[in-house]
Ligand binder design. Structure first.
Ligand SMILES: Nc1ncnc2c1ncn2[C@@H]1O[C@H](COP(=O)(O)OP(=O)(O)OP(=O)(O)O)[C@@H](O)[C@H]1O
Ligand SMILES: [Mg+2]
Length: 422
C-alpha cells in the first residue's frame, strides 16, 4: 500500500499521513489542501510511467539523478514554486516499506531537495544494468546479421527486443508497487470547449496535459457509443462485460441527457428528445463539465485499461440526481477495469450516494453499480485536520461527516428563527 506524508506545505501545517484506497474520496473546505494532496499522489504515482518511457526509449535519462530531476521539475510544474521552501517542510512518499522518496529543503539555499531511499536506488540500479545488458545483447545480434535485413527480419528483431524487455517492465512495476496508467482530470474542465480563446501552453500543466489527452481522444467519438462497443468487443465476446458496457452507455445518456459526436472537426451534442444538433459551446454548463469525465472513462473501459485516475470535483455543475448517476458510473468503472480513483469534492451528495452503493453491495452482489467496502476510503480535510470518516463498524461513510456542513447552516437558521419567532 502506498503512503504519503506531508508537513508544512501550503495550508497543510500539521503532519498528515494518507494511505489511499482503490477508491478514495477527500471532502472538505475551500483552500484546505485537498488538491495539493491529490497532486502529490499523482506526482509520485506518475513516476513509474516516466521510468517506463525511458526504458523503451533506451535513453540515458534512465539514471538515479534523472529521477530526482524529474521529481523536482514536476513539483515546479504542479505547484509553480522555485523559491525557498517553508521551514519544517517535509514530504515523503512510500511505494513500499523500504522504497520511498523524501522531499525537504536544501541546507545551503532552502530550495526543494529530493532523496531516494537506499532500496530505491539499489533496485533502480539493477534495472538500469539489466537494460544495458539487453542493449548489448541486441547490438551483438544486429552486428552478426551484417547482411541486408528484410522488413520481416527487422520486425522479428523488434519482437525479440520487446520479449527481452518484458521482465524489466515487470521489475519497474514491482519497484513502484504499481502498474496503473496515471490520468488527471482537473477542475474547471468546461474551459476545454473554448480552446480557440485560450493558449494551452500557458495553462496549468495538469490542465494542458488533460486537454492534450482529450484532443487525441475526440476522433474516436465520431459514432455512437453502442457502435464503439460492437467494434471493440472482441471475438468471442465476453458477454458479461459487454452487457455491463451497455448499462454504462445508458448511464452516460442519462447523465448527459444527450449523445456526443465529433464530425469533421466539429463537436456536437445530439439531444435525444428534439433530435437536434447543438454545437458543444452552447451545451449546458453541467454537460460541459461532465462530458469528458464520461467519455474518457468510457474509452478506458472499452480498451480495458488499468489506470490511476484523479478526478477533481466530479460534481461540478451537476444536480444531485446526476451526481448519483456519476458515482454509479465511477463504480461500474472501478468494477470493470480494476482501476484506482481519487476524487476531491465539496458535495455531501457524493458521500451519501457512495453510501447507497456500499449498502447495495451488501444487499445484492449482482447489482452492476456497487462499491465494495474493502475498496473505499474517505477523508475529511479542514484547515486543522485530515481524518478518515469511514465508520469502522458499519463500513459506511459517517453520517455526521455528511451532515457537518449542513448542520452549521441549520444551526444558524434555527438560532435566527428562535430569535425572531421565539
Ligand atoms: N506551492 C505552494 N506553496 C504554498 N502554498 C500553496 C502552493 N500552492 C498552493 N498553495 C496554497 O494552498 C491553497 C490551495 O490548496 P488546494 O488547492 O489544495 O485547496 P483545495 O482544498 O483543493 O481547495 P478547493 O476546494 O477550493 O479546490 C491555497 O491557499 C494556495 O494559495
Ligand atoms: Mg481543489
Amino acid at each position: 500500500m502506498h503512503r504519503l506524508t506531508v508537513e508544512n506545505f501550503g495550508p497543510i501545517k500539521e503532519r498528515i499521513i494518507f494511505e489511499p484506497k482503490d477508491f478514495s474520496i477527500i471532502i472538505g473546505e475551500q483552500a484546505s489542501g485537498k488538491s495539493i494532496i491529490a497532486k502529490l499522489i499523482f506526482l509520485f504515482r506518475s513516476l513509474r510511467d516516466d521510468v517506463m518511457k525511458w526504458m523503451y526509449e533506451e535513453s540515458d535519462r534512465l539514471s538515479k539523478g534523472s529521477i530526482n530531476r524529474v521529481i523536482r521539475n514536476k513539483f515546479l510544474k504542479f505547484f509553480g514554486r522555485n523559491k525557498p521552501m517553508p521551514s519544517g517542510f517535509y514530504i515523503k512518499y512510500e511505494y513500499s516499506k523500504k522504497v520511498y522518496v523524501e522531499l525537504t529543503s536544501r541546507e545551503e539555499d532552502g530550495l526543494l531537495w529530493s532523496k531516494l531511499s537506499n532500496d530505491f536506488v539499489n533496485k533502480f540500479n539493477e534495472i538500469i544494468n539489466l537494460r544495458r545488458e539487453i542493449s548489448e545483447k541486441m547490438k551483438r545480434i544486429k552486428e552478426k546479421k551484417m547482411e541486408f535485413l528484410t522488413s520481416a527480419e527487422l520486425s522479428q528483431l523488434e519482437e525479440e527486443e520487446r520479449r527481452l524487455l518484458r521482465p524489466i517492465e515487470e521489475r519497474i512495476n514491482i519497484l513502484f508497487n504499481d502498474s496503473h496508467i496515471p490520468i488527471y482530470i482537473p477542475a474547471g474542465r468546461a474551459v476545454l470547449n473554448f480552446l480557440e480563446e485560450v493558449e494551452i501552453e500557458n495553462m496549468d500543466f495538469l490542465m494542458s496535459m488533460f486537454i492534450k489527452r482529450v484532443v487525441s481522444s475526440k476522433r474516436k467519438f465520431s459514432e455512437s457509443l453502442e457502435s464503439l462497443i460492437e467494434s471493440e468487443k472482441g471475438f468471442p465476446a465476453d458477454e458479461e462485460r459487454v452487457k455491463l458496457l451497455y448499462k454504462v452507455v445508458n448511464l452516460v445518456y442519462k447523465t448527459l441527457k444527450a449523445e456526443y459526436r465529433y464530425e469533421k472537426g466539429e463537436e456536437f451534442l445530439l439531444l435525444k428528445q428534439e433530435s437536434e444538433k447543438i454545437p458543444l459551446q452552447f451545451a449546458s454548463s453541467g454537460q460541459q463539465e461532465v462530458l469528458w469525465i464520461l467519455l474518457l472513462l468510457f474509452q478506458i473501459m472499452l480498451e480495458n485499461r488499468k489506470v490511476f485516475l484523479v478526478i477533481e470535483e466530479p460534481e461540478a455543475h451537476l444536480f444531485p440526481s446526476a451526481q448519483k448517476l456519476l458515482i454509479e458510473y465511477i463504480a461500474a468503472f472501478l468494477n470493470l477495469t480494476k482501476s484506482h480513483v481519487l476524487i476531491t469534492t465539496h458535495s455531501p451528495y457524493i458521500l451519501s450516494t457512495t453510501n447507497i452503493l456500499l449498502l447495495r453491495a451488501k444487499a445484492d452482489k449482482n447489482y452492476p453499480f456497487l462499491i465494495l467496502a474493502e475498496k473505499i476510503g474517505a477523508w475529511y480535510r479542514s484547515l486543522r485536520e485530515f481524518k478518515p470518516i469511514i465508520d469502522t463498524e458499519t463500513g459506511l461513510i459517517e453520517e455526521n461527516a455528511i451532515d457537518t456542513v449542513s448542520e452549521v447552516i441549520a444551526e444558524e437558521l434555527d438560532g435566527l428563527a428562535e430569535a425572531i419567532y421565539g
